[in-house]
Design a protein around this ligand. Sequence first.
Ligand code: MOS
Length: 763
Amino acid sequence: MATDTLPHAANIIGAAVPRIDGPFKTTGTARYAVDHDFPNLVHAFAVQSTIGKGRIRTLDVSAAEQMPGVLLVLRHGNIQNVFRTFPRQQDGSMAESRPPFEDENIYYWGQYIAVVVAETLEQAKAAASAVHADYEVEPPDVRTDLSVDFDGKRESSWKRGDPDQALASAPVVIDQTYSTPVETHNPMEMHGTVAVWDADNVTLYDSSQGVVSFRTVMSEVLGVPRENVRIISRFVGSGFGGKLSPWPQATLAAAAARQLNRPVKLSVDRRMMFSNVGHRPRTQQRIRLGATPDGKLTAIRHDFYTETSQLDDFVEHCGEQTPFIYSCPNLEVTTAMVHRNVGAPAPMRGPGAVPGLFALESAIDELAIKLKMDPLELRYKNDAERDEGKNLPFSSRHLKECYQVGAEKIGWKQRTPEVGSMRRNGKVVGMGVGAASWSAARIPCTASVELCPDGRVCVRCATQDIGTGTYTLFAQVAHAKTGVPLDRIDVFLGDSSLPDGPTSGGSMVTSAILPAATAAVNQAVTRLLNIAAQTPGSPFHGAPPDSLTIADGRVIAKDQQPQVVGVALHAGADLTANGLPFEEVLKLANLSGISATGRTFPSFEDPKAQKYSLHSFGAHFAEVEWEPEIAHLRVSRIFSIFDCGRIINKKAGANQILGAAVMGVGMSLFEETHYDKHFGQPINGNFADYLVATCADLPDLDVTFLDYPDLIVNEYGARGIGEIGMAGVAPAITSAVYHATGVRVRELPVRIEDLLQSKVLEV
Ligand code: MOS
């Protein structure tokens, strides 16, 4: 979009605005974490365990230490002053609770056992391969069946009514188990850290989704005061949840840099991405549904296992949406955590909701088939009017309308229910639907806005833009409130020394930053107008400040305000009529700038917001084409209809749902991290063997936002968008696969050997 066609101040909120940081990325001037270089910088390379469980008997580093350029081989025994963080504390903790090199035990394949630091990367790599470990080897437990030998505790997280009694007496019952595999986050930018010490201060350039909590965590890990730690992540090549907390490479880079008193760079390579920096854990979920013959749900049981590492208690909360998506009097959700010899799991896009709704929505489809009912009819019949889990009204829920709009778009009316009954262009066609939901909140945020003497507006907040459009959002607010064009607005993010901003997680940044940014810019403008009215020599001197306003970046009398904003004012025109650029006001008042800070009051402290259940909703409609003669399946259409409150940037918003739908296709058809059962190595840990959905795998994707403002969440009515887009894709696809082929896939991803069971043999 050319700049001159950009929407103006009056309608920029809600418009499709291109990213203001786009040119930095497309011209290669954006610097990501490991792009940073410093004089005297040295390179580190990690040595990984080649066993999945056991103990290091001896670690022979003598050859490596003699190699050219080698400065340090960091390992158990010589790493200094690294500490544990308190697990799962509110303001952040390490993603892996055990600090690297704490002992000689091996808990998973790929665990770092040493780090070689050398003058060049090549020297570090060469020396790393010369480090030799001798192990006491034990067989790792990477079994994919999570229920075998389970002797842990099963916890009940939600319960209402008597689900067991209701299931026992239900006329129609579904009882099925669904599994989702380990999926690896594959952001384009891999993890990596550049650590620079200056006396007692350390700066870490890292790829982080939350520089503020990163600072807290690293201050505890390194044992240095918080004010001595600075984290910088100005650009992040996506995170998908994998970058919410610091990983061991940050600790190792910082420790090595401190011990050598030189800047250290440590990158995680693509293969290490599969073992050392988190994954979505495997889940195994038993769903039991009870219903009346006419399709009213009487019972829901959702009992699941969730895999985690040996030392970390990570839970994939699969049952989070189960209590409130459907109306049902009897319900229970239980969780069982299962330890395996794998690296620590981490949140991955739509954690909990994505695997959880795969299971629940698949079971709903199976129930509809058993009842000989249209799957949408079953959903309408059981739609929840209020959150029956929390017993609260929803702030805003339009899920039924998502279904209606999607049904219209995909042509659901033409859908015939029998398996393999729909044909088009020599292919069998199947259609399926899946619901999505994700929680909303208004989390704390601080932002400052400065009117600068050069006529530019500067916005500052420590929150980071992980590729979602956060830079642009701040600029939209500043533009909407001042009329200063976007190319004269500078937004500074991703630096823990800026005013505290939220972690980019849980799809909550947009709703968090809007109130803070608005309050800051409004206050800066109020100060400007007061100064314009008070400063001798100002054309507005003596005017009541509330008779003034700002338009197009100029102070102007309200009654002179041009009706059509954005129309250029002719030169030499009367100043009071045409206004005075704000930088001229600063000059007259001898001010170097006017700044103000705004804060977002969190919804969890807001009595009004606490009276509601805050959630976004949506639905994906998927269509597949099946060619039985050649066993070829393709996702042919996806329509995504979302109720995420008011959309602030239609372009960035749609991007989020599109990207998430692509990840949903990957989850449905391709993605699974496989661990070798003898050594626990992720054997497909590379882009050749771990398949992600590419453009060639995808149909045209179609995103619709209902755009109902949710004014409980903030004054703009915006909720979050990111995570929700991945929920509901997989059940929509597997239900479409069932409709086309008659094969119900309950263990993702869909494999060709599953489809070969199809009885639909020809078109
Ligand atoms: Mo999201 S998985 O909280 O980045």
